[in-house]
Design a protein around this ligand. Structure first.
Ligand code: HEC
Length: 160
């Protein structure tokens, strides 16, 4: 994994390279789909930031704001992120993984699988398909249905 160490406000923060690329003004970069753009930039088709609450860094790090890629990685494969004194394990959220975990019972819920409705429940409301709340480290995103569908489509397009 590529990682850079940057002193930020006296705090040493290690992030994956992609998070830095995203925090910069890379909005001009052309993404192939809406979903891909939202995943990497956290911005809608007008270039506006999609609002969120909570999340591991809550405004301390990255004035540019968080995107899914900041935590879930450049290929949505998840991984360990260090933010301040915190070590956080972000899950693999490629669609195939989400669906498989729910099916084989190694996921988080006793019941429930991922479809567009439960994906919305996770990302917007902050609950696993089974109904248990997600950790506060995962932000709650005010995504509209169009953007959610685009994001789901992007995650579905990723190879495992
Ligand atoms: C600040 C870090 C962070 C950001 C940014 C973030 N997530 Fe998460 N996400 C997490 C963590 C940590 C979890 C695990 C929470 C838990 O298991 O309780 C998680 C869990 C999830 C889950 C549930 C996975 C499962 O196995 O059930 C989904 C779906 C998800 N995130 C989607 C997204 C999407 C889509 C975005 C961007 C819009 C996003 N996340 C942005 C940290 C983050």
């Amino acid at each position: 994994m590529r990682s850079w160490v940057i002193p930020a406000g006296g705090v040493v923060v290690v992030v994956v390279g992609i998070a830095l690329a995203v925090a910069g003004s890379t909005f001009d970069h052309r993404f192939e789909t809406d979903g891909e753009r939202i995943y990497f930039t956290g911005r809608n088709e007008k270039g506006q930031r999609i609002a969120y609450e909570g999340g591991a860094t809550s405004g301390l790090m990255m004035a540019g704001g968080l995107s899914c890629a900041s935590c879930h990685g450049g290929n949505a494969e998840g991984g360990r992120r260090r933010m301040h004194m915190l070590v956080m394990d972000a899950p693999d959220i490629r669609w195939a993984t989400l669906v498989a975990e729910a099916e084989d019972g190694h996921g988080h819920g006793e019941s429930g699988t991922y479809d567009l409705a439960t994906f919305r429940q996770a990302v917007v409301v902050g609950e696993h398909p089974g109904g248990e709340p997600l950790n506060d480290l995962m932000p709650r995103w005010q995504l509209n249905d169009r953007d959610l569908a685009a994001l789901a489509e992007y995650l579905q397009s990723l190879e495992k």
